[in-house]
Every structure is written in structure tokens, then in C-alpha cells.
Design a protein around this ligand. Sequence first.
Ligand SMILES: [Zn+2]
Length: 175
Amino acid sequence: MRDSCRNGSVPEMQCPACGALEDRVVDSRAADDGTSIRRRRQCEQCSERFTTFERVEEVLAVVVKRDGRRTPFDRSKIESGVRSACKGRPVEESAISALSAQVEDRISTTRGEVEAAQVGELVLEELRRLDPVAAVRFASVYKSFEDPEDFEREIQLLGQEGPADSSSAATPAGF
Ligand SMILES: [Zn+2]
């Protein structure tokens, strides 16, 4: 397998093999003395894998919580949240790690501040592909949702039965 390197930070990475702009991050780790991040990417078109090195100050985003507090984006928080949502599910640890790296990659393109709810949405988007059950669990514990409709929509996306009437009691039948 050919292994190409690209330096610098370009919002859209171009596949060195076919030129496609869509890729997924399959691994992400600190490089040098922690001042840069090395990412393994896989082209969505031709599956070529290539490596990028990005400087830390260019990839770290600040998460704005609902109460306005700001905190540096922390991939390990995503990982632990996803890990508990995946508990008992047939999900590999490597998949959780790749998911978190992918979310971090997407957030890094914002180059600044990102709302906590947005981070949750990105995680859910990735988690739905990985394990729908874990996605529902994650959604149910993710408190940054703006309102309960978000959770209902989540249930509907999975094609499961949600409450028939959003104004009715929160206790699901059969529980
Ligand atoms: Zn390609």
C-alpha cells in the first residue's frame, strides 16, 4: 500500500491517489512533542490511506456549553461517552476510537468555537452508522439537546415506535 504524506492544514484533504475530497479519519494521535496531530485518513472513493500532520493550534476547537462556559474540545470525553453508550454492544474499541477521531476532525474544520449540542449531533451522526442502539442510548443521556423533540426525532430515525403524542406522559407503555 502506498503511504503518502501531506503537511500543512487544508480544510479539505485531497486523496493523493484519485483526487477525491471525501475521506474518513481512521486513526488520530499526537505527533512530535504533542504540537501536532498525525491522522490516518482513508479515501471514501478509492480507499487509499494517507497521513496528514496538523498543528495543534489549528485543530483544537473550543466547546461552548449551554450555560456559556467554554472548555477546550477533549476527544477523550467523546470516547468515554460513546464507550458507555456502547456497553454490551458488539462495538470494537478501535471503532469507538475512530469515531471520536472522526468527530474531532469534523470539529477542527470549524476553527474556533463549536456549541456542545453540535458536538453531540456529530457524535450521534457517526454513532447511528456504527450501532443504532448505542445511538439511542447516547441521545438519551446527552443533556445538551435543546428539547425533547430531538430525542423523539432520534427514535423516529431509527424506525422505532416513539410516543404517539408528544404531549402525553413520558412513561412508555410496557415499562
Ligand atoms: Zn482516492
